[in-house]
Ligand binder design. Sequence first.
Ligand SMILES: Nc1nc2c(ncn2[C@@H]2O[C@H](COP(=O)(O)OP(=O)(O)OP(=O)(O)O)[C@@H](O)[C@H]2O)c(=O)[nH]1
Ligand SMILES: [Mg+2]
Ligand SMILES: [Zn+2]
Length: 366
Amino acid sequence: MHDFNSASLIDLGWDSHVADAFIPYQTDHLPGRVTRADRGGADVLEATGPVRATLGRGVLATLAHDAVAAPTVGDWTAVRHWPDGRTTIEAVLDRRTCVVRDSADTTSAAQVLAANVDIVLVVEYLDPEPSLGRVERLLVLAWRSGAQPLVVLTKADLVPDPDGMRTEVAAAAPGVDVVTVDGLSGTGLDALRSRLAPGRTVVLLGPSGAGKSTLVNALAGAPLMPTGVTRGDGKGRHTTTHRELRVLPGLGVVLDTPGLRSVGLVAGDDAISAAFPDVERLAEHCRFRDCAHLSEPGCAVLAAVEDGELDERRLTSWRKLGREAAFQARRADARLRAEELAVWKRRSMQMRQRYKLDPALRPRPR
Ligand SMILES: Nc1nc2c(ncn2[C@@H]2O[C@H](COP(=O)(O)OP(=O)(O)OP(=O)(O)O)[C@@H](O)[C@H]2O)c(=O)[nH]1
Ligand SMILES: [Mg+2]
Ligand SMILES: [Zn+2]
């Protein structure tokens, strides 16, 4: 009998939630966490070490109609080791949290960037000028994931007033801690280290050149990930090319990602509200319940902008991200309906086939 509570599994993030999800598989499978995924399968870390696994039939069948079900980095899986030497992922266990973005293509399918993470680090550089809009967008993604966000501003060593800049960024991240670091010297890293713990999983999201891999290395105290060369404009060049999960002994699990170029939102109203509590709180005081905060009389949001209490940029961002999330939701709905229709058609065709073969099955008029 395997020990499903071994120290190494717990270091990997094994908890009662995963243990429960694994119960149906425990007699003939091993639990493992995906450290890297690709089309053909995944690298999986089991209690005894890493294995390479392909996708089992059950997983492949699910994938045919639900791309989101593909094993992704951070996923807990049920792995089967066959007598003939094959190793397959037979199930992806229920995700506790899930960082999702709208894939850039026309399919409107969501892409899972990371699964089962506890903390989303929104990493942004202070030099060149940080983008508040990008921070806000990634915060919506973070809130949507169910994990706890934290904003990390890098390259504090390159600007004269990192604290002033931190305050500016903090206004775009209400309710979220914002820390400044110098990933090269390690200044400010304690604020990050104090949030890590064995078994806890952290994902780093942010643009290329933000210093995500540099942070991972600084935390690990070892050059685990290759880092980029800063170009004249300060931007990196997509040094990290794939998402990868690493266990830092005694510290926890970190998931480094390649710089995000565009991040389509997959988010409900909840995530937008969580990222914009300042706007939402004001909106409660509008005269009309369905106030769109455009030109309505008694609009508390517009009044706050007028008084300089709310930055107009925040209102613009809130509108933009809200619209985008609503648009994505409608597209996803349309796709879902099309899929349901296809399933229903297939089923009714199968029924007709069966009636043909066996007239006794045919429904009879009462
Ligand atoms: N001065 C300074 N340079 C930094 C800091 N953090 C990262 N850098 C430099 O910025 C460049 C990019 O760092 P990376 O860690 O590769 O950035 P990344 O976010 O992993 O980039 P991608 O992998 O392309 O997404 C490297 O030259 C780092 O040495 C910092 O805090 N201060
Ligand atoms: Mg990198
Ligand atoms: Zn209003």
